[in-house]
Design a protein around this ligand. Sequence first.
Ligand SMILES: C[S@@+](CC[C@H](N)C(=O)[O-])C[C@H]1O[C@@H](n2cnc3c(N)ncnc32)[C@H](O)[C@@H]1O
Length: 246
Amino acid sequence: MEAEFGTVAGWTEEAVRALGPEHAVPAGTRGSGGEGTLRWLADRLALEAGSRVLDDGAGLGGPAGWLAADRGVRVVCAEPMREAARAARRLFGLPSVAAMAQSLPFADAAFDAGWCLGVLCTTTEKAALLTELRRVLRPGSRLGLLVFVADRPLPPPLPEGNDFPTEDELHGLLEGAGFRLDETADADLGDSPPEWSQRADAVEDEVERRHGDDPRWQEAREQYRRVGRLMSDGALRPLLAVAVAT
Ligand SMILES: C[S@@+](CC[C@H](N)C(=O)[O-])C[C@H]1O[C@@H](n2cnc3c(N)ncnc32)[C@H](O)[C@@H]1O
């Protein structure tokens, strides 16, 4: 995961700088699909201008950058990979801290809303992550999630380091951490304007041109391929969820 979420994040920032700032949001949105997904969640977080929002496991900050610009909210990014946390700060000018979701450097009830996109399935520490997220959200606030769920055993080869919950497990984890599930929907990760995909592809091509021979790029590509195959087989399902902090 170091290669996929750390090294490649730094290379992606480099490629965005070479191609132009309009590439930052699509290229910096990794694993959360596209604009349709972000919009669906943002519409359900009861946001107001100036709301304090946590992006937990923010990666390069594409979703946070989009949310701050589209909704006029104050987004803070937390992300354990230093290259990614730095990219979020430099590409989007957002406050960004290198931190694991199980141990966030924020006061209780510091945020009016949060989202956590494509992160729960990358850790076995799901209960600790959600409990900590609940701690930093104020009671009654809303949490948006994108989770890749596996409702049956997955056929190999599996992406390394992932731990996909079933949808029932996700419901239990949310309840156990002090959230009430409000709404779910299947995510359409391709629901973005054509220029979104064109820009994301252009950045990927640029990274490949610069680093295509590096084994860490090959490793990250293999991870994407494995996840892509499981999704096209229908074994993995991207699920959107909105929960309320009780
Ligand atoms: C698929 S990426 C999604 C990034 C970002 N949320 C997005 O949608 O573009 C998963 C992210 O989760 C982060 N991550 C993995 N384990 C984590 C943990 N225990 N706490 C916080 N973030 C974690 C990874 O470093 C990576 O940036």
